[in-house]
Design a protein. Structure first.
Length: 219
């Protein structure tokens, strides 16, 4: 049921973005005796030479905030976390100078030992593997500088979890609630254009990670 609501919300978000982009265009001003199309000079400057493109990005985030979904147990304390990723990838279609939309995916793994609260000896180990798939929306800020592109990223979707809790004698703990299926990421970032088709990106936000960086390629 949760996945159904997330998909409906993503579709509604996509429809709103496309509608807003279509409405943000040329305006016609009527004066006595004539009519002419008026283009805002700043918008015209930013739009100059724009062509729609397909963007592919690969990055690495830190820390892996999936650690927040490891199980909590009575009379057991969590030790130091081991983290991988999340490794992220996205494919986006940039249909205007200000907006691109597509799919973002992440993979990450976290694990930690659990210690008996009374004896302080290790009782079991817990781990989470996560794959998320999210609708990815990027809004770029207008700028005259063709070397950098600041942006805001918003992504929402679903988590697919694989969890494992193993005791010191090899037994399995199976009655652990499934973590939240809702996945999201909100970030403020900037692209540094290394060439016409390659960019280095850095961003800070919250959701799957706090800081991330990687490369983006324009096709």
């Amino acid at each position: 049921m949760m996945k159904k609501y997330i998909v409906i919300s993503a579709i509604a978000l996509l429809a709103g973005v496309v509608k807003a982009n279509a409405q943000y265009g040329s305006r016609v001003y009527i004066s006595p005796g004539y009519a002419r199309s008026y283009h805002h000079p700043r918008r015209q400057a930013v739009n100059s030479g724009f062509r729609p493109s397909l963007n592919i990005a690969v990055g690495y985030g830190f820390p892996n905030l999936d650690k927040n979904y490891l199980g909590a147990f009575t009379n057991a304390n969590v030790g130091n976390y081991n983290q991988t990723g999340p490794i992220s990838g996205s494919v986006d279609y940039q249909f205007s100078p200000y907006t691109s939309i597509g799919i973002m995916g992440t993979y990450g793994k976290v694990s930690a030992p659990y210690y008996d609260a009374f004896t302080n000896t290790q009782a079991f180990t817990g781990s989470l593997d996560n794959v998320s798939v999210m609708l990815n929306l990027v809004n770029y800020f207008p700028t005259y500088n063709n070397k950098v592109s600041p942006y805001v990223r918003t992504a929402i979707g679903v988590n697919n979890w694989s969890q494992n809790y193993t005791t010191s004698n090899g037994g399995k703990i199976t009655d652990v609630p499934q973590p939240n299926e809702f996945a999201y990421q909100v970030s403020l970032g900037v692209k540094f254009h290394l060439s016409n088709n390659t960019s280095l990106f850095m961003e800070a936000g919250y959701g799957k990670y706090i800081l991330a960086g990687g490369l983006s390629f324009k096709l």
